[in-house]
Design a protein around this ligand. Structure first.
Ligand SMILES: [Zn+2]
Length: 459
């Protein structure tokens, strides 16, 4: 049998929100293995590098130019019999690099049941019947919106941001305030449910605002950001969970208005957590969690699906009705939205890797389709051996240089290179860079699926 190590050629999408030209990591990565007809255009936005078998933009084996989908369908051992059977001969996950130049849609991804319903009703806007839990790991400093803020924060914003209150209307606003007052921190199930219902109601009122009201309110909002940035602050006692200062938040509102003038998203902002991730920090978005990306380069891993319900910061199809109905309305501080990596135990480091504090960290969301291991090999000669796993992997290098080996096959690895590793293969990666500086760290992200036999419920 052939050695299950393939160098992949991965396509990059040119969505409007992508980073432009060479500033886009997705474009630079794609260029490392692209065909001769690809050249990065200096004015063009490049948004998403896709690594996987999704038919909208399937990756190819560089050597044979066959698609990865074709190859895994031809040889099910590449996925393992278990994965192949469970996921209809496809990779269970889609791995991406996103380069975000401007905000991309306020969105949520349907759970399995809703995805089936939406796809049956409207297959043009909902091309898959699958769910799409997704995980984001920052590779450059990242800004985004994720989940509803703690209720006290929302109450505070409704008081401090007059244009927000005016837009929603006094009645809907005060009903919300009355319901949650004194109950913001309650953990009693019935109270939490009542809070969520109240949040749903006030949020739906906001989302159903007519466009002429949104325009007037957004002008007032920008004027407020100019005259009184201090009103954009979060509650003083929440400083630890909301690291951004008022002036920074006011500046972000102005930036977003520049990208999407008079968009409802400017007001949704006050309901959601504003989150900043440093490189290596991650968040996991369950089905029906509201989110929006604002800026940065990220690694994203998701169940293989393309279903998005959008409601703001987008020129694409908006489905406000579906979005406001589907959301979980869970509210929590930012720290609870983050996914913390743990040590990945299924590796062997050589002496150089140990002595240079090289590491393999596991990002393991509570779903079965994927996990990701980030490996930093910090010195020339540092080497890590991954135990074989009963499932497929895709590996991308985001910095430094090295090699990847399976059996007697060894390939050079540079920033942006992508490889497919078949099931049951012992895979070795090694730093072959020139020294020990920061810039010589050899960093890879490896997404993989290994079924553990547990029946994981839909998240
Ligand atoms: Zn998303």
């Amino acid at each position: 049998m052939q050695i299950p190590l393939l160098r992949l050629q991965c396509g990059v999408n040119s969505y409007d929100w992508g980073k432009v030209g060479e500033s886009s990591a997705a474009a630079r990565y794609a260029a490392t293995t692209a065909g001769q007809d690809f050249a990065i255009e200096s004015e063009k936005p490049y948004a998403e590098l896709w690594m996987g078998t999704h038919p909208s933009l399937p990756s190819k084996d560089v050597e044979t130019q066959r698609t990865l989908l074709d190859l895994v369908q031809d040889n099910q051992a590449l996925l393992s019999a278990e994965v192949s059977e469970r996921y209809a001969n496809r990779l269970p996950f889609l791995f991406k690099v996103l380069s975000i130049g401007k905000a991309l849609s306020i969105q949520a991804h349907p759970n399995k049941k809703l995805a089936e319903q939406l796809h049956a009703r409207d297959s043009k806007n909902y091309p898959d019947d699958n769910h799409k839990p997704e995980m984001t790991i920052a590779i450059t400093p990242f800004e985004g919106l994720c989940g509803f803020r703690p209720l006290a924060e929302i109450v505070h914003a409704l008081k401090a941001i007059e244009p927000l209150r005016t837009l929603i209307g006094e009645q809907a606003t005060s009903e919300f305030e009355k319901t949650v007052k004194g109950n913001e921190e309650s953990e009693d199930e019935a109270v939490v449910q009542r809070n969520k219902d109240a949040l749903r109601s006030v949020f739906t009122s906001l989302m159903e605002s007519p466009s002429e009201k949104i325009e007037a309110a957004s002008k007032a909002l920008i004027a407020l950001a100019e005259s009184s940035p201090a009103s954009f602050g979060t509650l003083p006692e929440e400083v630890e969970t909301n690291p951004s200062d008022p002036a920074e938040l006011a500046a972000i509102i102005k930036r977003l208005n520049g990208q999407f003038p008079h968009d409802i998203g400017l007001f949704v902002f006050f309901f959601l957590n504003f989150i900043k991730l440093e490189p290596g920090e991650a968040m996991f978005l369950k089905a029906d969690d509201i989110h929006a990306y604002v800026s940065g380069d990220i690694i994203e891993c998701m169940a293989s699906s393309d279903n998005v319900v959008r409601a703001g910061f987008t020129p694409k199809f908006k489905d406000v009705d579906t979005l406001t109905k589907m959301l979980t309305y869970s509210y929590a501080p930012i720290e609870e939205q983050k996914l913390r990596p743990t040590d990945y135990p299924y590796t062997v480091l050589n002496a150089t890797a140990y002595s240079s504090a090289s590491s393999s960290l596991l990002y393991d969301p509570p779903i079965e389709e994927f996990s990701v291991v980030k490996t930093d090999l910090k010195r020339k000669g540092a080497k890590v051996t991954f135990d074989p796993i009963v499932g497929p992997s895709i590996l991308i290098c985001t910095g430094g240089q090295g090699t990847i080996s399976i059996g007697h096959k060894t390939e050079e690895v540079r920033e942006g290179n992508v490889f497919f590793v078949g099931a049951d293969a012992e895979c070795i990666i090694q730093n072959t860079g020139s020294g020990e500086g920061e810039e010589d760290v050899f960093t890879t992200y490896k997404a993989f699926c290994e079924l553990d036999g547990e029946n994981t419920a839909d998240q």
